[in-house]
Design a protein around this ligand. Structure first.
Ligand code: FMN
Length: 335
């Protein structure tokens, strides 16, 4: 009788991961964009500036989604280090996000030089970055806020387009996710589209797919994970907020002196924002006086950038588990 082969722990982990991958490939969620990006599930974690950590990015990618490093606010050297840390934690594809209107050329150079599998771009347009990335074999996932921009970045050669609605957290445009996604799908022809803004669970992912998206990108939901970098009690503020308690305005950019054309910033309402809410002219004039209070409120976690989907978030879940939970919910609904 042949001996029974008992796999060691490492072998069985690999076998289990392979089996999981095979099962996911059969799933309704395994849309063409998954093969394009080399992932199993069309669940992307937004590159949210300093809120992402290597642990967050790697956990999402290891679970079969795509984790994205936030590039905004990191120097080229910091970015290099961050990319190396992610590589030490996962062999799966991951991305780096750059905000086109804010990025320094050397930050793009590092991303391309280190051949990060996915370059995520938003807020602005650069045909050159897209061309250079694609020449290096890097896939470009471009976030847009209008159908017009979607048409432009599609003609620039973006591989995937993320249609981000105004419900989302952080910098957002004017259109809502529900009408934006199908309009983008109609404009960009065969380029795969992902939905973002207001999506935090399997219901949102399934709904996005009904609109013609091949998956979704999640920001706010991933802030409520142990791996995301919180500030003060910011994660508790997200857990306790309703969607009706967020507001999008120019307050954040005006006070911090950021030039971010076409964008509002969505955050959870707080006393500082309420005090200034109806007085845009005043806050622009008094920016220097308000800035220290805003910075202190952010550090304490009292001023929190988050989207309307905060009202759907009731627990802090490890990022890998979250990916699987969203996938299970969406799969059940699509069935
Ligand atoms: C705290 C925070 C920071 C963000 N930072 C960035 C960023 O640096 N670059 C970017 O392209 N998008 C950024 N976003 C927007 C996300 O890419 C994404 O479009 C958005 O979070 C989707 O909406 P949701 O929050 O409802 O999931 C940020 C969002 C949040 C909540």
């Amino acid at each position: 009788m042949p001996p029974i082969l008992v796999p060691n722990e490492e072998q069985s982990t690999v076998a289990l991961a392979d089996a999981r991958r095979r099962v996911r490939r059969l799933s309704r969620l395994h849309t063409p964009v998954c093969d394009l990006l080399g992932i199993e599930l069309p669940i992307l974690q937004a590159g949210m500036s300093s809120y992402t950590t290597p642990e967050l990015v790697a956990a999402v990618s290891n679970a079969g989604g795509l984790g994205i490093i936030g590039g905004l606010g990191r120097s080229a050297d910091e970015l290099r280090e961050e990319i190396q840390k992610v590589r030490a934690l996962t062999a799966r594809p991951f991305g780096v996000n750059h905000v086109v209107s804010q990025v320094a050329p050397e930050e793009i150079d590092v991303t391309l030089e280190l051949k990060v599998p996915v370059l995520s771009l938003s807020w602005g347009r650069s045909r050159e970055y897209v061309r250079r990335a694609r020449e290096t074999g890097i896939k470009v996932v471009h976030q847009v806020n209008t159908p017009e921009e979607a048409g432009q970045v599609a003609s620039d050669g973006a591989d995937v387009i993320v249609a981000q609605g105004n419900e989302g957290g952080g910098h957002v445009g004017g259109m809502s996710t529900l009408p934006l996604v199908p309009q983008v799908v109609d404009v960009v022809n065969a380029v795969p589209v992902l939905a973002a803004g207001g999506i935090a669970d399997g219901r949102g992912l399934a709904a996005a797919m009904m609109l013609g998206a091949q998956g979704a990108l999640f920001g706010t939901r991933f802030l409520a994970t142990p791996e995301a970098r919180g500030r003060g009690h910011s994660k508790d503020v997200i857990l306790n907020a309703l969607g009706s308690q967020t507001v999008a305005s120019k307050f954040f950019d005006d006070v911090l002196g950021l030039r971010w054309p076409g964008a509002l910033v969505r955050s959870i309402r707080n006393p500082l924002l309420d005090r200034w809410a109806q007085r845009q002219q005043d806050w622009a004039l008094a920016a220097d006086q308000i800035r220290p209070s805003l910075e202190a409120a952010m550090e304490a976690g009292d001023f929190v950038l988050a989207g309307e989907s905060a009202g759907l978030i009731h627990d802090i879940v490890p990022a890998g588990e979250l990916v699987m939970r969203i996938a299970r919910e969406a799969e059940a609904l699509l069935a």
